[in-house]
Ligand binder design. Structure first.
Ligand SMILES: *Cc1c(COP(=O)(O)O)cnc(C)c1O
Length: 485
């Protein structure tokens, strides 16, 4: 079955893209009296209608959506990104709210909004086993950065900031961990994985010391493996005076079952646009709330929503706040959708989510022929494309009307295909995905090199896209001329 239901064939064999003009290039030609023989007295001189007309606009966007691929087209197992289906009831809730509140409205007239934000802070604190949560950071990476600013403020309050200059990050971590630590002013110490894909406790013991500000960990890690020694790891870091940071991107594996706070983590971020299904992809919008333990709450960003003695809600500035990381209420509509999602699912629903996410990943892995070197895993697994370049393998999967997995990361698996089906896929869709793996692995190198043949665009020039991006629809020279004029 073809989930994409493609409605066009690519126009040329040479790999050019199917083209859809820009909206600004579209003109709607309506029938005029020149086309029809009308009595003179019925002819109006001039009738100017806005163009393009609404049906043209609708078909333009529909066509663009068909040239694209989304979670609503079919399987989208992009490992680590948790591309789960976004249920429409959360969109309905957000649509009710859209534009309803001015960000400067005084707290006493924004009690409903503040109650939702406060409720979400409480939900997330409970889910993560944290003492306090801020909803301000607009993405996971921004949460990491904020969390590390909080860590620095804490060490500074102990007069240790000058000495604690290092953040330890395992080699399998997401690139944002390294970047956030560097942006927060730290030296990054990379910790290699041991042969079973986890943090080597001996090596950690050696790396940790008086210069350690924090260890950043993802658990389960990017191989889908649970760090079994997590309590010992926490003890080692804490004994050295460091803090333990939890990258929450894989929280979907643990929802309702285990809590980072109980494992000994001091700071964590939540990728609500992954774990709690609010829209994700194409760079936004998202939100990356962070949770912290008691000792760190005074450093949280400003503003923070708190409940006053009389039961009302208000924005307040934590006493030793690291300052602002976002304006006003954070990414309010994303947060509202998260609140709706958690409220609708409840305890039992969240538990089902993690159970199905793990079950689906394990079922899918059992249906494919590729080597999966590390396991048993949780909600995602990393298969190896073996002798084949993982990016080529992924191109081959595109022709099977699925989105391919994340490729070439984590680097500890050769030609990695990091696969996360999420709980949202049916057995039917998981089988479609398994067939796509099989089909790609049966393709010859020539067939892979020619793929994809059924998508709107063939192979784009990735180097030019990165080095020489043209982000305007206008001809460059024309635009320059216009500016000169
Ligand atoms: C997605 C992800 C991040 C970064 O989160 P964003 O919300 O995309 O900024 C960090 N760590 C891991 C493991 C991730 O998968």
């Amino acid at each position: 079955m073809n989930y994409r239901q493609a409605t066009w064939e690519r126009e040329t064999e040479s790999g050019e893209a199917v083209n859809e003009p820009l909206l600004s290039e579209k003109r709607t030609e309506t029938v005029t009296h020149d086309d029809v023989d009308l009595p003179d007295e019925l002819v109006r001189d001039e009738l100017t209608l806005p163009e393009p007309a609404e049906p043209e606009v609708a078909s333009h966007y529909t066509r663009l959506s068909q040239m694209n691929y989304s979670v609503e087209h079919g399987p989208y197992p992009l490992g680590s990104c948790t591309m789960k289906y976004n249920p429409k009831f959360t969109e309905d809730v957000a649509a009710l709210e859209d534009g309803a509140i001015h960000p400067d409205r005084p707290d006493e007239y924004a009690q409903g909004t503040l109650a939702v934000l406060h409720g979400l802070q409480e939900y997330l604190a409970e889910i993560g086993g944290m003492d306090a949560v801020t909803l301000q950071p607009p993405a996971g990476a921004a949460g990491e950065f904020t969390g590390l600013l909080v860590a620095r403020a804490y060490h500074r309050s102990n007069d240790e900031d000058d000495d604690r200059r290092e953040v330890i990050v395992p080699a399998s971590a997401h690139g944002t961990n390294f970047a956030s630590a560097a942006m927060a002013g730290y030296d990054v110490v990379e910790l290699p994985s041991d042969e079973d894909g986890r943090v080597p406790v001996d090596a950690l013991e050696e790396a940790v010391g008086e210069s350690t500000a924090a260890l950043m960990l993802t658990n389960p890690n990017t191989l889908g493996l649970f760090e079994r020694d997590i309590e010992e790891i926490a003890e080692i870091v804490h004994d050295a005076g460091g803090l333990l940071y939890y990258d929450g991107a894989n929280l979907n594996a643990l929802l309702g079952r285990a809590r980072p706070g109980d494992m000994g983590f001091d700071i964590m971020h939540y990728n609500v646009h992954k774990t709690f299904a609010s829209p994700h992809g194409g760079g936004g919008p998202g939100a990356g709330p962070i949770g912290v333990v008691d000792e760190l709450t005074e450093f949280l960003p400003d503003p923070h929503v708190r409940e006053a003695d009389d039961g009302s809600f208000e924005f307040s500035e934590p006493p030793e706040s690291v300052g602002k990381v976002h304006g006003f209420h954070g990414n309010w509509l994303v947060l509202l959708k998260t609140y709706a999602y958690i409220s609708r699912l409840g305890d039992a629903g969240l538990k089902d989510t993690s159970a199905m996410a793990v079950l689906n990943a394990n079922y899918l892995a059992s249906q494919i022929d590729l080597d999966v070197p590390y396991g048993p895993f949780h909600h995602e697994f990393v298969a190896s494309a073996g002798d084949v370049d993982a990016a080529e393998f992924a191109k081959g999967m595109l022709d099977e009307a699925v989105h391919p997995p994340t490729t070439k990361w984590p680097e500890i698996v050769d030609e990695a295909l990091m696969t996360e089906p999420t709980e949202a896929l049916s057995k039917d869709q998981l089988d479609v995905l398994a067939d796509a793996f099989t089909a790609a692995s049966q393709k010859t190198p020539e067939e892979l090199a020619a793929a994809p043949t059924t998508t709107a665009a063939a192979r784009i020039d990735q180097t030019s896209a990165a080095r020489n991006p043209r982000l305007s629809w206008r001809d460059v020279e024309e635009a320059v001329e216009e500016v000169d004029e």
